[in-house]
Ligand binder design. Structure first.
Ligand code: SF4
Length: 362
């Protein structure tokens, strides 16, 4: 893995030091403080309509970002990275679980950098191990990762802790080294290849999700094809694709936005089409397998939930399954969702299951 920093923080820090505080960051701090007040003594009160009905929840663990990817506005809006105290996070998770939450997703712009701003403070593996101890919590996810911070210790922790889902979101953004350099991402396409290999070796049956930007300033057809070919080779579980659009304050906004919009759209569609085929191929492997689904809610008469690998699954069942971990035998798989039948149906429960039902888009 490249040892160079993902991006040069100097200009950002200088920019931030010269600023009277940014309203976004200020609002965020106020919100965070209110939230902190709410969770004192482990009390975080969800709105009444969510209590006992909310199955999954997001819990921010680190705010801001110290990097300066040249396309990204986040550091300018959210400020430098600040990790929340571990005890405060655990208290919040405990409180959410007491109100019915079964799965938490720990959030950060670079979540793997949790604790890097606190000398000798706990890091993400420590946080995962501590949150794992919360009784009643069934599942833990975390996002978003950065390729340069996915340590072996972190990957082993994910593999070792049964409540931590085998699902990693780690953006590559581009598959061409020159584009990556101009994005100031701090790694090469080969570094990313090796990372995906390491993730797959360490965490059995893992799903890996990425982000892609197409039409970055100066991106040639050949450079775009490097990204396309990287995705075709790695066959990741999902790729969120965005067309480049300049953001105020960012370095890339000072460069000529020279890929015409129709061309950006064409590149985006090409990646989407490729990825759809890959996802259909991956999901087909689930057919006839029984997977554990955490049921989130009822959608058009069907229970909707997610596998450990974050795949969307629909099934019918007259019983109230919200918040339950249900073993589901997959009977149909499309690129975006799957359908199945619960594998735990006692003989006296009548189920109307039509295995040819059209898929409900997720
Ligand atoms: S893309 Fe991610 S790592 Fe880069 S500056 Fe934005 S938030 Fe930070």
């Amino acid at each position: 893995m490249s040892s160079s920093p993902p991006s040069e923080p100097g200009p950002l820090l200088a920019y931030l030091d010269g600023q009277t505080w940014d309203y976004d960051a200020y609002e965020q701090e106020i919100k965070a403080r209110k939230r902190q007040d709410a969770i004192q003594d482990g009390e975080l009160i969800l709105p009444a309509h969510e209590r006992g009905r909310l199955v999954t929840a997001h819990v921010p663990v680190i705010y801001g970002c110290n990097h300066v990817c040249t396309f990204c506005i986040i550091p300018y809006r959210r400020g430098r990275e600040r990790s929340r105290r571990l005890g405060e996070i655990v208290a919040e998770v405990r409180s959410l679980v007491e109100q019915g939450v079964k799965e938490v997703t720990l959030l950060g712009q670079i979540v793997d950098r949790y604790g890097y701003d606190v000398p000798d403070g706990p890091k993400l593996p420590d946080l995962l191990r501590t949150v794992h101890e919360v009784e009643g919590l069934e599942r833990i996810r975390f996002l978003t990762s950065h390729p340069n911070y996915m340590t072996d210790e972190l990957l082993r922790t994910v593999a070792d802790l049964p409540k931590v889902m085998e699902h990693i979101e780690v953006p590559v953004q581009a598959g061409n080294d020159e584009v990556l350099r101009r994005m100031r991402r701090g790694y090469t396409a080969d570094d990313y290849r090796r990372l995906v290999e390491r993730i797959r070796e360490t965490i059995p049956n893992v799903s890996v999700v990425t982000d892609i930007i197409v039409g970055f300033p100066g991106e040639t057809e050949a450079q775009f094809m490097d990204t396309y070919n990287l995705l075709a080779e790695l066959k990741l579980d999902k790729a969120h694709v965005a067309c480049f659009s300049p953001r105020p304050h960012t370095v890339a906004a000072r460069w000529e936005d020279d890929v015409p919009w129709p061309e950006k759209e064409r590149r985006r569609r090409m990646i989407d089409d490729l990825q759809r085929e890959i996802m259909a191929e991956i999901n087909r492997r689930y057919v006839d397998q029984t997977v554990e689904v955490l049921v989130e809610d009822l959608h058009k008469g069907k229970w909707r939930g997610r596998t450990r690998t974050n795949k969307l699954v629909f099934f019918e069942d007259p019983r109230d399954r919200r918040g339950e971990l249900v073993p589901v035998r997959i009977t149909w798989a499309g690129p975006y969702s799957m359908q199945g039948v619960p594998a735990d149906v006692p003989p006296d429960v009548a189920l109307r299951v039509d295995e040819t039902l059209p898929v409900v888009a997720g």
